[in-house]
Design a protein around this ligand. Structure first.
Ligand code: AMP
Length: 140
């Protein structure tokens, strides 16, 4: 664990300073129930080494996080009798990130349940081409 890392609420969970329903833990990651779940079973996967979000995390801890997501996803789905999962993550306050410590949401979904995720917009062929070109150029 990085001693100079910001003292986020998730660091307090990692250090067992505040309670959480921890469902899985290994050397690099921890998974616990979201305290305000979008649906029953909503679980968060967090790297123990602090990163704020996708823009600063190294590949190794990110890989460890995704390994844990893959490992626990069937259990999170099946424990609540769900049929699928959203695997979602917010990066930056503009994207709805509230806790500044990278985390992946696993949100169980049932067939035909009522849950509005995000609206969809129409994308013209010209706009799609321009946006894709800009992204390709930024990737370099
Ligand atoms: P985000 O908006 O992506 O930053 O999501 C942060 C999530 O952390 C929210 O879904 C909160 O309900 C959840 N959360 C905040 N504090 C805690 C806590 N102490 N234990 C468990 N989940 C928490």
């Amino acid at each position: 664990m990085n001693d100079t890392a910001p003292d986020t609420i998730f660091m307090k969970i990692i250090r067992r300073e505040i309670p959480a329903e921890i469902v899985y833990e290994d050397d690099e990651t921890i998974a616990f129930l979201d305290s305000n779940p979008a649906t029953k079973g909503h679980t968060l996967v967090v790297p123990k080494e602090f990163s704020e979000n996708i823009f600063d995390i190294d590949e190794e801890p990110l890989t460890a996080v995704m390994r844990t997501v893959k490992k626990i996803a069937p259990a999170v789905r099946d424990a609540v009798g769900a049929h699928g999962l959203h695997i979602n993550s917010n990066h930056g306050s503009a994207a709805g990130q509230v806790v500044p410590h990278l985390h992946i949401h696993l949100i169980p979904r049932h067939s035909r349940d009522e849950f509005n995720f995000w609206p969809q917009q129409h994308l013209s062929t010209a706009d799609a081409a321009a946006i894709a070109t800009a992204i390709r150029e930024k990737i370099g």
